[in-house]
Design a protein around this ligand. Structure first.
Ligand SMILES: *Cc1c(COP(=O)(O)O)cnc(C)c1O
Length: 389
């Protein structure tokens, strides 16, 4: 099979595993494959590398290594935080979150409702921002936890975490944040932020899929979601995924080093791409505010088009982007994030997310900007050579 060149603009969905990460992981498949819980030297010798990886991911977020619980993914970390808050505070049966969270929170919230808990999904403004007064008013005496993400995966919109954490602290309620989209893009410090729980997923920062973590502040009550062999100091049963955790540690080091590149070069590429699309293709608009957002993400509505058509034609040119729509029972449902921002279903269904990363080049952006206008024109019914008209 001939391999078409891939132009990858979907880094919020997953990222390429960095070669440095692959190199760090390899010995743990081939030679050092012992179980860290074993009593003999062969198992025990990997404990030190697990400890080192824990120190590296802790350094990424300014935590103590003892506050890190490795999980199998970001979804597990999010679910665990909510589960834990409800189990450790049995009298509290309310969860406060937002309408624009990742489905790992939205679907878990819906599940909790079916189990008899009360869940508030806070609305957002048209630019994707949150009303902090409404957030504060929505905290109740029986609120077990507030879970508000840091950066939105579809629009890149950033929530003011420090202010939310201050509100939660003054009301004596636990605060969890899904920070999966943030490493490598913004500086992270759990003490400056004042959060109790924070979720990460390794595959969003150039490490493999299938490993994540939950930061648990040492003062916050915690109850494990997976019960088993007492791993992670009894906080998460299941033999540690040693190679992936080691890879996660290496990726955390690299992420700290790539923040500058993301905020200068990548931000510049994103801004040029977005400006060019908005100014040369008619009937386009940015979804979400321009400023309080991740440097790599751009979400654009192409009126009069279906995102599925754009995806298909870009895919033929080797370009990977995504639409926020989810396929539910055979029909396309518009993105819950864009819908919560007040977009009409038609505009939401014609929206595309472009998310750049450290491996993108200016030449790749040029290629995208060359391929996109005729595709939009074609989908709008104009002849393909009519450009953006
Ligand atoms: C990708 C993502 C998740 C889920 O992480 P997995 O490791 O794939 O379970 C959760 N939240 C956000 C914001 C994400 O982008």
């Amino acid at each position: 099979m001939s391999q078409q060149r891939i132009y990858y603009f979907d880094n919020n969905a997953t990222t390429r595993v960095a070669p440095e990460v692959v190199a760090a992981m390899t010995p743990f498949f081939t030679e050092l494959w012992g179980n860290p819980s074993s009593a003999y030297q062969f198992g025990n010798q990997v404990v030190k590398q697990l400890d080192e990886a824990r120190e590296k991911v802790a350094a990424l977020i300014g935590a103590d290594p003892r506050e890190i619980v490795f999980t199998s993914c970001g979804t597990e970390a999010n679910n665990t935080a909510l589960h834990s808050a409800l189990v450790t505070q049995p009298g509290k049966r309310h969860v406060l979150t937002t309408a624009v969270e990742h489905s790992a929170n939205i679907k878990y919230g819906e599940y909790l409702r079916r189990r008899g808990y009360e869940v508030t999904f806070l609305p957002v403004e048209s630019d994707g921002s949150i009303d902090l007064h409404l957030l504060e008013k929505s905290i109740r005496p029986d609120t077990a936890i507030v879970s508000v993400m840091w950066a939105n995966n579809e629009t890149g919109a950033l929530f003011p975490l420090e202010e939310i954490a201050a509100i939660c602290r003054s009301r004596g309620v636990l605060y969890h944040t899904d920070a999966v989209q943030v490493p490598g893009k913004l500086k992270m410090d759990v003490d400056e932020l004042g959060v109790d729980f924070l979720s990460l997923s390794a595959h969003k920062l150039h490490a493999p899929k299938g490993v994540g973590l939950l930061y648990c502040r040492y003062t916050a009550p915690f109850h494990s979601h997976l019960i088993g062999g007492g791993q992670e100091k009894g906080r998460r049963g299941g033999t540690e995924n040693v190679p992936y955790i080691v890879g996660f540690g290496r990726a955390a080091e690299l992420a700290m080093a790539s923040i500058d590149d993301e905020n200068t070069r990548i931000r510049g590429l994103r801004d040029r791409m977005e400006r060019t699309i908005l100014s040369t293709i008619p009937h386009t608009s940015r979804n979400g505010g321009r400023d309080a957002r991740l440097p790599n993400t751009s979400n654009i509505a192409f009126d009069g088009c279906e995102a599925e058509g754009i995806l298909l034609l870009l895919d033929r040119a080797g370009i990977c982007v995504s639409s926020g729509s989810a396929c539910t029972t055979g029909s396309m449902a518009p993105s819950h994030v864009l819908t919560a921002m007040g977009l009409t279903p038609a505009r939401a269904k014609g929206s595309i997310r472009f998310s750049l990363g450290i491996y993108n080049t200016a030449e790749e952006v040029d290629y995208l900007l060359e391929k996109l206008p005729p595709i939009i024109a074609r989908l709008r019914g104009a002849p393909a050579d009519a450009g953006g008209a």
